[in-house]
Design a protein around this ligand. Sequence first.
Ligand SMILES: NC(=O)c1ccc[n+]([C@@H]2O[C@H](COP(=O)([O-])OP(=O)(O)OC[C@H]3O[C@@H](n4cnc5c(N)ncnc54)[C@H](O)[C@@H]3O)[C@@H](O)[C@H]2O)c1
Length: 366
Amino acid sequence: MITNIVFVILMKVIYDKSYKVFFGENVLNHLAQTIINKAYSNVFVLVDENTEKYCLPILKPYLENFTLVKIASGEIYKNLQTANNIWDNLQQHSANRNAVLLNLGGGTLSDIGGFCAATFKRGIDFINIPTTLLSMVDASIGGKQGIDLNNYKNLIGVFQHPEHIFIYPEFLKTLSSIEKRNGLAEMIKHALINDEKLFNKIISTNQIDAEQLEKWIEKSAKIKIKIVNRDPFEKDLRKMLNFGHTIGHAVETFSLVHDTEPLKHGEAIAVGIICESYLSFKSNMLSKDEFDLIVKYIFKNFLKYISNWNNKELLKIMHNDKKNINSEINFTLLKKIGKAKINCYCSMELIIESLEFYKNFVPQKN
Ligand SMILES: NC(=O)c1ccc[n+]([C@@H]2O[C@H](COP(=O)([O-])OP(=O)(O)OC[C@H]3O[C@@H](n4cnc5c(N)ncnc54)[C@H](O)[C@@H]3O)[C@@H](O)[C@H]2O)c1
């Protein structure tokens, strides 16, 4: 479990090239200064009902004048209608090309906020201020902005980096443990594809305190930054980040359509990590011991998704995945813990077998 204590680092610049990523306790001062220096004509702050309640009061003292734009939280609202609302707000409040949109929220909010900013009047600046664990280590970084279409994940979107990213771990104090676990899934994915040491550290820690978490956030965010920098437009290397996401996105889409309480992104990715680790193991890459370790850790930390999902429907969703090149379903698999292999293909039988493995697995009680 993740507990809260005082965060320690004042401020670090953890990336500094075409845009900067600031991290630590002092970042909001720096954000305020950045906004003054840029002399933006108008400042818009995008929030959902939770970030308005919990995060805006923390940010507000650092801003002079701003216009609040509010959207409803949840993946089901990451769509064209919400985007339209945001564009309307920008237009009604006379946003010009010198305006800036501050995305104060998790990945759902920064995906749609970034998309709207990148397309409004052919692009205005936006700044990500991630407030969930998942967005601090993943969604706020990398320049992928998008919305869902007919429940298909991120089908409409653009590549556009934010002006800057300000990671302020104190925001996590009000985040529920369910949402922290949600972020853990992407942190585990980063470790599995690129950092065996981090994976071993995470799985051997029972009680994650804030100081520990802060170190992992920094490490995990740096993994994403490193990969994205080498391949910003996902021609090859960046596909590594898709580990767990081919099946994960299909399960997330299925859940969005069929469940009254849909799975959260990280929960769906946890399912994807198990199934795609199964594919890695059965494709003679991942060893049995490593596979067992992954399965054990995920089931210890994530509730099993009980669903009578229909394999055919999941496969149909996977076939529609934007990552596919031809008609084959494209996977990123694990050669071992800490090393990923992109552009892997598996037989339909094996993919179905991996889904059945998940469905039939009976997690041990600890
Ligand atoms: N663009 C990318 O590269 C990328 C990468 C990974 C995930 N994503 C996307 O990110 C989304 C998931 O992001 P998420 O898990 O951050 O979800 P989210 O943005 O929906 O936030 C989860 C919940 O936490 C609440 N919340 C946010 N900050 C809070 C705080 N500090 N205190 C209390 N409550 C708070 C939100 O209101 C929401 O209810 C998905 O849409 C996924 O597709 C994008």
